[in-house]
Design a protein around this ligand. Structure first.
Ligand code: PRX
Length: 633
């Protein structure tokens, strides 16, 4: 598509124009998409409340742009290439025409269940083609999808269903991951048993075929109602600012919040960033290893690639099954050209040993991508040398659930790379660094809190059901700026390097987890009086979870108690939030006003007790000594 930048010179001039005339720039990008009715105004905005509207008055349907538009030119090209968990099973290739028909059938089936425009639909599914199909089917009829990662607990699922009052859940019987067969329907049943009054129907995909319990009042088999539907379903005309989806993400306080993205702006942004960052060429195979349960899967497995007529590989399994060579085997098997993964996977595979990369033909690879957490220098070089054989550019893409798409990243093969630097803002993106007082830090070689000064089409519009929370979290910290929650450095070339979160959010294996969330879960254990959770550097996961726990009495069997605690966290949140280290303490360092001094706890968890600062002002300085002595490594 002609919105793709081709040289670094061009990037610099486009960037300059995009800052001088953002509306003109984005209008030019948006013209590459199909609109049923043109927009009346490109942008209306103010960050104070916030109120952000892109392409107001415009009407479109994102699935028309993902599917219908391609039928004439690439109806027989593969849209979704699905690689199953078990390498012995067959891959599935869905052409654009087949995908279009499946989406229409599923959309009609959803309608037959009474789902229509504006209704919220929850997904709790493994990485199967029907997940992408179902998501697109919602978008087709204007229903709002809310995908919940299938590793979350029944409690987390119930909370998310209830927060946005979803009308239906789409799930499967089981989830095949590695050599595990994980019950999925059972988790949905458990969630519903906790009370989800808005749920009218559960649409169940028979995937592994293992038996499930059945409630004929609400449960419906996918194969009973989808295949016999018409393969035509007219796309619902959506306002640019109609809701497209909700995706829950963790913050520093309270329960996860539902980040809301809208149709027009998200579409323009996901499409534009995919094409430019990865420099996708017609006919290439693009593989993003994320799960559709996270924003990366939304934007760069489903929407971004399909908007550009790409072939998107969707992988059901895990990087280490049947062995640590699986990713490279799949790259070879499907001749993957662009490979996009998280540093945690790179580190895990690097630790497994180089022998797993050898013996695989990786010559099809042209571009490598990284996302979700800072990539350390060692992992960057290993990725570059062993996987890219020194010839593939690496795009270290920085962004967030709230940003809808990539904000800071090299353009593959165009932006000169610097290992560990996310590098330069994309056209239309205006980052800045600010100090604690909110003052912008000018110049080179500086560090501060990363903010955005101007909206882009994919920016969060609200947090579902609680607009004030959106304002508080992102727009109230610094006046007239979107605050990312990340700290960053800017060097003499204007390149950004992301340091990490500056709030109480951890990044564990690329998953965003709030410390408060884990504490609340731990506190559900009947023997826990109080707890404090911090992140600590972890060789593979980037950050691990360290929990300090006060119990209601002496613990006789520590190993048993720890197991119990992990079970509690798994039950409340899911296995991804399990602490790596648990230390039983008699107290937590607190200020005189009763605030936990997390700085001290973080230092101890990091194993750095040399400089804990002045502890004499604490309410209970003696406890610091005890915690230091008992620290786990
Ligand atoms: O801290 C940043 C980190 O991930 C956070 C966003 O998490 P989430 O909303 O789950 O989205 C992850 C996938 C986009 C950010 O605030 N992060 C994301 N990408 C990078 C990163 N940190 C460093 N480098 C990156 N490339």
């Amino acid at each position: 598509m002609s919105y793709r930048i081709k040289t670094f010179e061009e990037y610099k001039s486009v960037y300059k124009k995009s800052v001088e005339d953002p509306e003109g720039f984005w209008a030019g990008v948006a013209e590459h998409f199909h609109w049923n009715k043109p927009w009346k105004s490109v942008l209306e905005w103010e960050f104070k409340t916030p109120n952000i509207k892109w392409f107001k008055g415009g009407k479109t349907n994102i699935t028309y742009n993902c599917l219908d538009r391609h039928l004439k030119t690439r109806g027989d090209q593969v849209a979704i290439l699905w690689e199953p968990n078990n390498p012995e099973d067959d891959a599935i290739r869905l052409t654009y025409r087949q995908l279009y028909e499946e989406v229409c059938r599923t959309a009609n089936a959803l309608k037959s269940l009474g789902i229509g425009k504006g209704d919220r639909v929850c997904f709790y599914m493994p990485m199967v083609p029907e997940l992408a199909i179902g998501v697109l089917a919602c978008a087709r009829i204007g229903a709002v999808h809310s995908v919940v990662f299938a590793g979350f607990s029944a409690q987390s699922l119930a909370d998310r269903i209830n927060d946005s009052a979803c009308k239906a859940v789409l799930c499967s019987d089981f989830n095949a991951r590695g050599n595990k067969n994980i019950p999925v329907k059972k988790v949905v049943d458990d969630a519903l048993a906790m009370g989800c009054p808005s749920i009218e129907k559960v649409l169940v995909l028979r995937h592994t075929g293992d038996p499930v319990s059945w409630n004929a009042d609400v449960d419906v088999w996918w194969h009973d109602i989808v295949p016999n539907q018409s393969a035509e379903c007219p796309p619902e005309q959506m306002d640019a600012e109609d809701m497209l989806f909700i995706l829950y993400t963790s913050g520093s306080t309270g329960k996860p919040k539902g980040v809301v993205h809208t149709v027009g702006g998200y579409m323009v942004f996901a499409g534009y960033t995919f094409s430019n960052v990865f420099q996708y060429n017609e006919g290439e195979v693009f593989w993003c290893t994320a799960d559709v349960g996270w924003i990366t899967g939304h934007s760069y497995i489903v929407y971004g690639p399909l908007l550009n007529g790409a072939t998107s590989l969707m992988f059901e399994g895990v990087p280490t099954f049947p062995d640590a060579g699986r990713f490279w085997e799949v790259c070879e098997k499907h001749k993957v050209n662009i490979f996009y993964t998280a540093p945690t996977a790179i580190r895990a595979l690097m630790a497994a040993g180089d022998e797993w990369t050898e013996g695989h033909d990786l010559s099809s690879l042209r571009v490598l991508g990284s996302v979700g957490e800072p990539i350390n220098s060692e992992a960057w070089h290993w990725y570059h040398d062993k996987i890219g054989k020194g010839r593939c550019p690496i795009v270290d893409t920085w962004w967030q659930t709230e940003t809808g798409g990539i904000l800071i990243s090299p353009l593959a093969g165009i932006t000169p790379m610097k290992p560990t630097y996310a590098s330069l803002p994309l056209p239309g993106i205006q980052p800045c660094l600010v100090d604690a007082s909110g003052k912008e830090i000018e110049g080179d070689d500086v560090e501060g809190m990363l903010c955005m000064k101007f909206p882009w089409p994919g920016i969060i519009r609200t947090t579902y059901g609680d607009h004030e929370r959106c304002r508080q979290t992102y727009f109230a910290t610094f006046e007239d700026k979107y605050f990312t929650g990340d700290g960053a450095r800017r060097d003499e070339d204007g390149y950004y390097r992301i340091i990490g979160r500056v709030d109480d959010v951890m990044n564990v294996s690329g998953h965003r987890i709030g410390t408060a969330e884990v504490e609340n879960a731990i506190n559900e254990n009947p023997h826990v009086v109080e707890s404090a959770v911090v992140g600590f550097p972890h060789e593979i996961k980037g950050q691990g979870i360290y929990a300090y726990v006060i119990t209601d009495g002496p613990v006789s069997d520590v190993a048993k108690f720890e197991k119990e605690l992990l079970a509690t966290v798994t039950r409340i949140i899911g296995p991804i939030a399990k602490p790596d280290m648990i230390q039983i303490v008699s107290g937590l360092p607190k200020t005189r006003s009763g605030k936990i001094m997390r700085r001290i706890l973080r230092k101890i968890a990091e194993g750095d007790t040399s400089n804990l600062g002045d502890t004499s002002t604490l309410l209970n300085p003696e406890v610091v000594e005890e915690i230091k002595v008992g620290a786990r490594r």
